[in-house]
Ligand binder design. Structure first.
Ligand code: PLP
Length: 394
């Protein structure tokens, strides 16, 4: 399918200009249909049952999970279905046996979901170093490299910033981690939907992502593990090989991390979402978003009273652009964009409050983010409306 042909699958785009895909993407009709089909035609629990519906549901659930694993380049590893990125990161934080004096390295670019779980470990005597970017949000890879010492147990970094759109050199970071014996967790919430991601090739140990940001249903996500070496957060139904009154043996693969009934319809929907993304092709998506992003940055940066945050960062970026309008609170800008032109953007600190403080933007920013259904005309409408706004304030 050509990228220009996909819009008809997203009815919301008929009436609204949706530029908030970094928070949650829209979902196309085939994904909704896949979930409805499960509910109406073969709804049953998955696992060990033998009746015909459970057989179909189990088969479709496992196929979907395999498709997602393969989509993130995770063959050879283990993929557990989670509710979202936050849960996946939490499973790593809870699943490693921490010792007093262990060291975790992370950055100030992180979403709260990849910062708070590590800060909480300080209560257990774990040392947590948060590497800071410069005043414009640029992270010097040398600073990160210097922080990763031989006694570092885990490095947890974002693949792409949900505020600045910058992409971190995770392959190089993985090289440093492995030289120094540290494991690497990559928060891929913003990269898996927008870039071709190869978990195994990147060299990370854990890759965490959300289904609802990549055309899939809410309440779905994934934790990919190079080795299934974490203690599961929950144990119970579905996660065991066998159990007696005295103990149990956990299942060897992904099931050990999926205690209880998983989001069956959700996972099947997510499986359909990755098939949809494959039909368009991640390279085509990348190209489309690069073009839109350049137009967005150039258009906004040319306006008086509008500042694009982190626009001059070199290297790769995703279609996420943060900006401020002089004299207006970001929430006010977002509200006017909605009322005046049905342009929906996000505003505030984007769950990155420490980064916002560091950038000197305690009120946060306005954030526009693109996806496969975004058009050039929509970007131009955003720019024209912001221009009008900034003129009114000046
Ligand atoms: N990490 C990043 C970089 C994000 O952008 C987000 C959500 O915006 C998250 C983590 C948390 O994702 P979720 O709310 O799906 O758990």
């Amino acid at each position: 399918m050509k990228i220009e042909e996909c819009r008809a699958d997203f009815p919301i785009t008929r009436d609204l200009i949706y530029l908030d895909s970094a928070a949650t993407s829209l979902t196309p009709k085939p994904v909704v249909q896949a979930m409805v089909e499960y509910d109406l035609r073969y709804r049953a629990n998955v696992g060990r049952g033998v009746h015909r519906l459970t057989a179909v549901a189990t088969h479709r659930y496992r196929d979907a999970r395999d498709a997602v694993r393969s989509f993130v380049g995770g063959e050879g590893g283990t993929l557990a279905v989670t509710r979202n990125t936050t849960e996946a990161i939490g499973m790593v934080a809870a699943g490693l046996a921490w010792q007093k004096g262990d060291r975790v390295v992370t950055t100030l670019l992180e979403h709260h979901s990849n910062l708070l779980p590590w800060l909480r470990l300080r209560e257990q005597g774990v040392e947590v170093e948060v590497v800071r970017p410069d005043a414009d949000g640029r992270l010097d890879p040398a600073d990160l490299e210097a922080a990763i010492r031989d006694d570092t147990r885990l490095v947890a970094v974002t693949h792409a910033s949900n505020v600045l759109g910058t992409v971190l050199p995770v392959r190089e970071i993985a090289g440093t981690c492995h030289d120094r014996g540290a494991r690497l967790l990559v928060d891929a919430a913003q990269s898996v939907p927008h870039l071709p991601v190869d978990a195994a090739g990147l060299g990370c140990d854990y890759l965490c992502f959300s289904g609802h940001k990549m055309l899939g249903p809410t309440g779905t996500g994934g934790l990919w593990m190079r080795e299934p070496d974490l203690e599961p957060l929950f144990v119970g139904g579905g996660s065991i090989e066998s159990a007696t009154a005295d103990g149990y043996t956990l299942a060897p693969g992904e099931e050990r991390y999926e205690a209880g009934t998983p989001p069956i319809a959700g996972a099947i929907g997510l499986g359909r979402a990755v098939a949809y993304l494959r039909e368009i092709g991640m390279d085509a998506i990348r190209h489309h978003e690069k073009r839109l992003c350049a137009r967005l940055i150039d258009g906004l940066a040319a306006l008086d009273g509008v500042a694009v945050v982190g626009a001059d960062a070199e290297g790769e970026r995703i279609g996420v652009v943060s900006f401020t309008v002089e004299g207006m609170h970001p929430h006010e800008v977002a509200q006017v964009l909605d009322e005046a032109a049905a342009v929906l953007v996000r505003s505030g600190h984007h769950c990155c409050q420490p980064l916002m403080e560091h950038l000197g933007l305690p009120d946060g920013t306005v954030r526009a983010s693109t996806y496969i259904y975004t058009t050039t005309e929509e970007i131009d409408m955003l720019i024209a409306t912001v221009e009008e706004l900034s003129r009114r304030v000046a």
